[in-house]
Design a binder for this molecule. Structure first.
Ligand code: WQD
Length: 336
């Protein structure tokens, strides 16, 4: 049985990935410092799968603590989710982002080399495409970032590329996520952002359960069908399955894949779909654009479809249904 280490595996995407790796027959070890997650997510994953997860409270920036994991387990692969990910916060606190996100990646690469672990799947982001409007975005699209968070993702991609170039046994898979949305159909795990949600879907969910009064739609004058921003929303379960496919198809060298649906939806498309499938009203106000936002961003997922035999199966209706199902069951997320 393969043993995979999921750093940040108690988080939103990490916990959904932990569930799918267990379903795929792997032994799952999760290292998480719970700075933006709850151990409850892993308790729920164990209940849902009937399988155990080795959960360790570890900050992967701490090399000594992380080394203990490599001494305790023989990892076949690392899936690296751990990292700070709030765009706005990264602009306000760039050094915190560079220190945390880069250090954790370097610690993992050094320990992989020391312990002969050859496979890493990295949680990257479409944000590395910067303000490109050359949609649908291919992996060959030039990269360039507009915020420190995005730069940390691109810098870690470069660190991993050079690491693979220095050691022919190393397999690096860079997964560029578009916009993850939704929750496991059980509603037992889901997105639980701290404070005011930066992202659209969790904000809409909190309006739907009465935690927020109304949604501010950031910009209605974009060159898009209805003037609001267009994004490639992908169900978090599809995204998690993309990680299992990437692990199963890992080969020496560097592979880069867009994990998106290939379809763009506007803010108002998502709001109206959410209202329709859930029978709720989402009050909103059209407000000014959010600095740094692009009008349109969606993927060309052909490479992942062909190389990984993976494609997104769930649509916007399932994303809205599942996101609300989670939020309705747990209006305060894991703090309930
Ligand atoms: C989506 C659309 C907003 C909130 C970011 C990161 C990206 C990834 C996903 C980490 C845009 C609009 C949003 C709100 C709104 N994160 N919006 N009102 O900005 O596409 O991507 O999150 O990996 O790296 O950049 O996602 O959900 O913030 O915004 O109108 O209250 O919703 O303007 O058009 P984004 P988002």
């Amino acid at each position: 049985m393969a043993t995979v280490l999921l750093t940040g595996g108690a988080g939103y995407i990490g916990s959904h990935a932990a569930l799918e790796f267990l379903n795929d027959g792997s032994e799952v070890v999760v290292a998480d410092n719970f700075s933006n997650s709850s151990p409850k997510s892993i308790e729920r994953v164990e209940k849902l799968t009937g399988k155990k997860v080795a959960l360790r409270e570890v900050d992967v920036c701490d090399k000594a603590a992380t080394r203990k994991l490599f001494e305790e387990f023989k990892f076949d692969a690392i899936v690296h989710f751990a990292g700070y990910k709030a765009v706005g916060e990264s602009v306000a606190q760039p050094l915190k982002y560079y220190r945390n996100n880069i250090d954790s990646a370097l610690v993992l690469c050094e320990l992989m080399e020391e312990f002969g672990v050859n496979k890493i799947v990295f949680s990257s982001s479409a944000t590395v495409y910067g303000t490109s409007q050359n949609v649908p975005l291919k992996e060959t699209e030039p990269t360039g970032c507009t915020n420190p968070y995005g730069w940390t993702k691109l810098m870690i991609e470069q660190i991993l590329r050079d690491f693979a170039r220095s050691n022919e046994n190393i397999s690096v898979t860079l997964l560029r996520y578009f916009n993850p949305v939704g929750a496991h159909a059980s509603g037992e795990i889901g997105e639980d952002p701290l404070g005011i949600p930066n992202n659209l879907a969790p904000f809409v969910c909190q309006v739907a359960v009465g935690r927020r009064e109304k949604l501010s739609v950031f910009g209605s004058d974009y060159p898009t069908p209805d003037g609001t921003g267009v994004r490639d929303y992908i169900h978090v379960v599809d995204l998690a399955l993309g990680h299992v496919a990437a692990y199963r198809n890992a080969k020496p060298g560097v592979s880069v894949y867009n994990l998106g649906t290939g379809t763009g939806y506007s803010v108002l498309d998502l709001v109206k779909t959410f209202e329709k499938v859930n029978g709720v009203k989402i009050p909103y106000e059209l407000t000014a654009r959010r600095p740094g936002d692009v009008a349109t961003c969606y993927a060309d997922p052909t490479l992942a479809n062909e190389a990984l035999g993976w494609s997104a199966k769930l649509g916007l209706e399932e994303m809205c249904r599942d996101a609300y199902n989670w939020q309705k069951k747990y209006p305060n997320g894991y703090r309930d």
